[in-house]
Structure formats: C-alpha cells, structure tokens
Write a protein that binds this ligand. Structure first.
Ligand SMILES: [Zn+2]
Length: 305
C-alpha cells in the first residue's frame, strides 16, 4: 500500500537554497498549487499527509488550506517552524524550539494534536526522536535510505557554486531499513515512535519521490512503482507542493528545480498518471490511521538501536 505525503515547502525556501532573489508570491503554494494537488489526489480516491512549515501558519492562505485539507480527511504534519537546513548543528534546545513552535502553530490552528513529523533535508537524529516521543508523536518520516540523496547534495552544491549549509540525509542511512520500524526512547523506555522511511527502490535504493521522477522521467516512475508494489508492503510516496506550482517558464528557479522544467499542464498529466498507477497497489487511509491501529506490530529499528 502507498502512503501519500506532501512536503509544503514554500517558494522562498527554494529561492534561499538556490541563492536567488526572494520575490515570488508566498500565497500561490497554498491557493493554487496545493488545491490542484488535492484535486488530483482525491480524484485517485486517496488521502494524504501534508507536512507544513510552522511559520507559514501566519499566512491566511496557509490557514485556509490546512483547514480545508483536514475537513476533507487529509492530515497535517509538522515540518518544523522555519525549515532550517542546518538542523543538524543546532543544540537540543534549538531543535526543540523548531519542533515545538511548529507543533503549537499547527495544533492551535486545527484544534487537535499533530502526530506526524518530517525534518527538512531528511535529517534525523536521536535528539529529534526524543523530542518527538516526549510530545507524543506517532511517527517520523525523515529517513531516505541509501546514499543517492547525499550525492544529490554534492551536485546541488556544485551547480549553485557556493556552500549550502543544509543536510542531504546522512551517511548512516546507507543501510537503513526500507520498511516501517519502531524506535524506543533512551530516556523513557515506555515511549516509542515509528519511522516511515521514504520510498526507495529495492536493492539499488534510488529515491522514488516526485523530484526523481521529474529528473529521470515517467519510465523511471513506472519501473519503480511496479517494483515497490511487488516488494514493499508499505511505501511512502512523497510529493512536494512546488510540483503543482504555476511558475513562470523563465523564472529564476525554472532551470534549478526539476519539476519546474515542465509546463504546468505537463506536470498535471504526469502527477495524474503517477496517482493512477499507485492506485492499482492501493492507498492507506492516512499514515496515522494505519500506524495507530497496531503500533506494536512493527519490528524494532536497528538504525536507532
Ligand atoms: Zn521541506
């Protein structure tokens, strides 16, 4: 079964990462891109989890989208308050502030606790896990098994020609489990959290999320989806909100972000085909519902033992 997740990174985060002027309308992600993605996901009969950056909860458009998505059976997850690429070198207290501020912004908005987390830059460590467990989170989905993401970081740094203070996963993910595992707190062994790794190809461990589909083409997607449907009981398929953004063809980011190399109409067709293909293997209701049913049935993590 496929779990659909979407990282809601606003355009300013890409502009910052690629060193271009921060000028694009921050509401467009919420009032154009995400409604389009929501329609495509619902047409496929699925529900998704949207990981939202806490500082965006100050935007009317973000608040409207979160409430709309929740009312239609989707879920909102925590993607930290400011999406710091250098999360890895923050102190425990600063990591906690990034997580807690987002948690408070989103849970106040929705009037219910947030249970799902994804870190920026696929970075996860014991500090983050302990903070999440202390706050009662049900699952994290930050691990991207394999080493390809680290190689991507090298390419992006080389392309941009400057130092980027951002994690691109961790070397220790090379052999990380590709299945859901359970992690136990070292501070309080009665606390646990599940790790839902982002889908990667069996054996080769190439990432299977939309950025790679836009880089490698629909042939790659069809091959990857068939393998995942055959060999993985649960697979997290990850979208990014920018995948559905109406962005000018010759804008500052249009050669730098793989999705934006295609016209919006081409992307709409590609995303629609991805969702129709994934539907044949089935979708979970939402990740929280699936993992909350029987948290004890998942094996213990060796990565975080
Ligand atoms: Zn992000």
């Amino acid at each position: 079964m496929f779990h659909l997740h979407c990282d809601v990174d606003n355009v300013s985060l890409y502009e910052r990462e690629h060193g271009v002027a921060q000028s694009f309308d921050p509401h467009r992600i919420y009032d154009q891109a995400l409604p389009m993605l929501l329609d495509l996901i619902e047409t496929a009969g699925a529900r998704a989890t949207f990981f939202v950056v806490g500082q965006d909860a100050a935007l009317d458009s973000c608040r409207r989208f979160c409430l709309l998505a929740r009312s239609r059976g989707h879920e909102i997850g925590n993607h930290t308050f400011t999406h710091r690429g250098d999360l890895y070198r923050l102190s425990f207290a600063d990591k906690e502030r990034e997580i807690a501020a987002c948690d408070e912004a989103l849970s106040n908005l929705l009037g219910e606790p947030i249970r799902a987390f994804r870190a920026p830059g696929y970075y996860l460590d014991r500090d983050v896990l302990e903070i999440l467990m202390a706050r009662g989170y049900l699952y994290d989905s930050s691990v991207l098994p394999g080493v390809v993401n680290q190689l991507m970081g090298v390419v992006i740094r080389w392309q941009s020609g400057r130092a980027i203070d951002k994690a691109f996963g961790r070397r220790r993910y090379a052999l990380a489990s590709q299945a859901i595992t359970r992690i136990t707190s070292r501070k309080n062994p009665s606390r646990t959290i599940l790790e839902l790794p982002i889908a990667t190809l069996p054996v080769a461990r190439l990432p299977v999320h939309t950025t790679f589909v836009f880089l490698l083409g629909m042939g790659y997607f069809r091959f990857a989806a068939a393998l995942l449907a055959r060999f993985r009981r649960d697979a997290v398929f990850l979208f990014h909100a920018i995948d559905a953004l109406d962005y000018p063809a010759h804008g500052d980011l249009s050669r730098k972000v793989p999705a934006l190399r295609y016209s919006l109409e081409q992307r709409r067709r590609m995303l629609g085909e991805m969702l129709r293909t994934l539907r044949t293997a089935g979708f979970t209701a939402t990740s929280t519902r699936l993992v909350a049913e029987a948290p004890s049935r998942w094996p213990d993590s060796r990565l975080w033992a």
